[in-house]
Ligand binder design. Structure first.
Ligand SMILES: CC(C)(COP(=O)(O)OP(=O)(O)OC[C@H]1O[C@@H](n2cnc3c(N)ncnc32)[C@H](O)[C@@H]1OP(=O)(O)O)[C@@H](O)C(=O)NCCC(=O)NCCS
Length: 272
């Protein structure tokens, strides 16, 4: 896949009712230029798949097949190709968030379930009391990356540097004793603001999410919350959000265990 294929990706994601923008597709391509693929049938593009490699771990996302070409092996062909590519790159673990349609396809390749996330959606109606958060300082970046690595077990530096430089105004940080104890990044989508990733120790995730709620009052938001994070689930329900859909996080290869108590919102279904 290359940038001239972005309209194909946008068409397929619209067909599936997903939230990604052209800027999202551009980011996937720039993060993994050789690892995003288009499937063609008789010369026409009919499917997409993106990968993002973080050292020994990679994420697969945007597995989309045109409705007229499903159940003909296109999804299987895309997955087989991507897994071969990732194997050649030395990746030992592949992770993804599966929709109910995708899950049987991934199970066929041996992917195993880790845990469930709920996508909450709704319009942020009221403005909660929110603490004034200090702005991010450049010297906090290493702290932020360390926190992310300790919660996800993965060095997602290339993704987080990219998101924080693309959306500096949407980055919220909480510090404790001078160190970053939580952060939240949000970004625009075609249907709603995607709130996340939001990672925090203790109950600070609620403070960060309240700050996002203030920023986006009156706007529709999506937030992908691990069902195992009870405080985050409670926050979403208190904010008046409702469950739109469920995805299961799966892996192939060596297991990774996110610390879900500190994962208040994933970055969306693309990269954990
Ligand atoms: C999930 C998705 C990508 C699967 O793509 P696909 O091209 O239909 O996948 P495949 O054809 O390879 O496999 C799907 C089923 O078709 C069957 N199939 C494959 N070739 C077939 C053929 N020639 N004739 C009949 N059935 C066939 C497969 O066995 C499989 O069935 P089963 O696993 O239930 O037994 C597609 O449904 C889609 O785009 N869904 C919407 C977006 C989405 O949810 N994506 C997943 C994100 S995690």
């Amino acid at each position: 896949m290359c940038t001239t294929d972005i309209p194909v990706g946008m068409h397929l994601k619209e067909q599936a009712g997903w939230n990604q923008t052209e800027a999202d597709w551009r980011r996937y391509l720039e993060l993994e230029p050789d690892g995003c693929f288009v499937a063609e049938c008789d010369g026409s593009p009919v499917g997409t798949l993106t990968t993002c490699i973080f050292g020994p771990v990679a994420w697969i996302a945007m597995v989309l097949v045109d409705g007229r070409y499903r159940r003909q092996g296109v999804g299987t062909a895309l997955m087989r190709h991507a897994l071969e590519f990732l194997d050649i790159q030395g990746v030992r673990t592949v992770r993804l968030d599966a929709t109910p349609l995708g899950q049987p396809l991934y199970e066929k390749f041996g992917f195993e379930i880790e845990y469930t996330l709920h996508r909450y959606e709704g319009v942020f109606a009221s403005r909660p009391q929110s603490a004034d958060l200090e702005p991010m300082r450049p010297e906090n970046m290493e702290d932020l990356l360390t926190l992310d690595r300790s919660v996800t077990g993965t060095d997602r530096r290339k993704l987080l540097l990219r998101l924080t430089s693309e959306f500096p105004e949407n980055l919220k940080v909480i510090r404790e004793s001078g160190c970053v104890a939580g952060f939240c990044i949000s970004r625009p989508g075609t249907h709603a603001v995607q709130v996340g990733p939001c990672l925090a120790t203790g109950l600070l995730g609620g403070v960060l999410l309240d700050a996002a709620r203030v920023q986006y009052v009156g706007q529709r938001a999506f937030i992908d919350v691990p069902t195992g994070n009870q405080a985050a689930t409670q926050w979403a329900e208190d904010a008046g959000l409702t469950i739109q859909r469920r995805v299961v996080r799966m892996h192939l290869g060596q297991a990774y265990r996110d610390r879900v108590g500190e994962l208040w919102a994933s970055s969306g279904p693309e990269m954990g």
